[in-house]
Design a protein around this ligand. Structure first.
Ligand SMILES: [Zn+2]
Length: 124
């Protein structure tokens, strides 16, 4: 059985597609052939639907990036897991996404660059 591409732990049950910016889930074989397809488990299907209903994940605009604390000016901005000197980053070459708390914790445990700020969650 295929493994879920999102949590990479549970068995994938659904074919997941983004069609007209809406996440669509179907059983494998009955998905729409013309669109790219991923495979996810039931927990991740629910999480994706909830995130979508909350407008997440969404990529930050340049203005939103500037409003995060100490973004590239120095290294005290609350970014966790920096693997490089993030003072050298510029918003134009690094995308930041606002995500759900659950996605943030998964990203964080995977060693991804992330920060929590004012009860909102960001990954880069
Ligand atoms: Zn999953």
């Amino acid at each position: 059985m295929p493994t879920c591409q999102k949590c990479k732990s549970q068995e994938a049950i659904y074919a997941a597609q983004i069609i007209n910016e809406e996440p669509i889930f179907s059983l494998p074989g009955s998905h729409i052939k013309a669109f790219p397809v991923g495979e996810v488990c039931d927990d991740c299907r629910i999480e994706i639907k909830e995130d979508h209903a909350n407008g997440l994940p969404h990529p930050l605009t340049a203005e939103e990036m500037f409003n995060l604390p100490d973004w590239w000016k120095d290294n005290r901005g609350g970014w966790e897991n920096p693997k490089v000197d993030i003072r050298n980053y510029r918003p134009s070459i690094c995308f930041i996404w606002e995500v759900s708390e659950k996605s943030y914790h998964r990203w964080k445990s995977d060693g991804g660059l992330c920060q929590e700020y004012q009860n909102r969650f960001y990954i880069a």
